[in-house]
Design a protein around this ligand. Structure first.
Ligand SMILES: C[S@@+](CC[C@H](N)C(=O)[O-])C[C@H]1O[C@@H](n2cnc3c(N)ncnc32)[C@H](O)[C@@H]1O
Length: 218
């Protein structure tokens, strides 16, 4: 067996019994669900251009990937709204909570859960309409030791997301960048790999506060 532990180091609050505390925090649930609803609005933001909201009764199934779905606060909202959802998370402790919730969902056939890294999502090319990511995307470079390595991971992930998305595909990412360098690195990873879009900051004066990237496939 290899000594190399490929699991990134995450905040303790995602691991073991702490993931139960994360999942049972009413504050966290309220906050993450509110953010998910805002991300859904941003997905169809007119400033990206006029893309009609899907009519789930008429249109083909609409696939949305929840990148870093955690214990499923964002996933639950997406399923309730009628999307076909693929929840991706790299930590079993977090993903197992969504699996339990799935058993109680009305539309449980509309949800697939995959234990995987955002950097290597095991889905077919051009198979998804949209992706969202709530408070998770900044962890994609968690394991990188050098700035160069971080930049490469960000670029490869954006390139891969581009391939997975169907034409007109969109991504909304909500995250808390560590600093301006990290923010700029994520922005250019998308710009250089086929995306247009813009950024919304909850507090424009704060460099590292809550940030939304609204992206569409060029
Ligand atoms: C703060 S939680 C947010 C979970 C969920 N989106 C929510 O709103 O409650 C961040 C999640 O991202 C997951 N995550 C971090 N890096 C990841 C990666 N590279 N691939 C997949 N999941 C990742 C963590 O395991 C954790 O469950």
């Amino acid at each position: 067996m290899s000594n190399h532990d490929s699991t990134p180091k995450f905040p303790d609050s995602f691991l073991g019994n702490n993931s139960l505390d994360y999942d049972s925090s009413i504050w966290m649930e309220r906050n993450q669900k509110k953010t998910t609803l805002l991300c859904l609005q941003y997905l169809y933001d007119e400033r990206l251009d006029n893309l009609e909201k899907p009519d789930f009764l008429k249109d083909e199934p609409f696939f949305i990937v929840d990148l870093g779905c955690g214990t499923g606060f964002s996933t639950e909202i997406l399923v309730e709204r009628g999307f076909r959802v693929v929840g991706i998370d790299v930590l079993h402790d977090m993903l197992s909570k969504v699996k339990t919730k799935k058993n109680h969902m009305n539309n449980q056939n509309n949800l697939e859960l995959i234990l995987a890294d955002i950097n290597y999502i095991p889905l077919r090319s051009s198979s998804i309409n949209h992706a969202i990511s709530i408070s998770a995307y900044n962890f994609i470079t968690h394991r990188a030791e050098s700035i160069r390595n971080k930049t490469n991971i960000a670029h490869n992930t954006a390139k891969y997301l581009y391939i997975l998305l169907k034409p007109n595909g969109r991504i909304v990412i909500e995250f808390y960048p560590k600093d301006e360098k990290e923010l700029n690195s994520f922005i250019s990873s998308f710009k250089d790999n086929g995306f247009d879009g813009f950024m919304v900051k909850k507090d424009p004066n704060q460099k590292s506060g809550q940030t939304f990237l609204l992206l569409k496939k060029r």
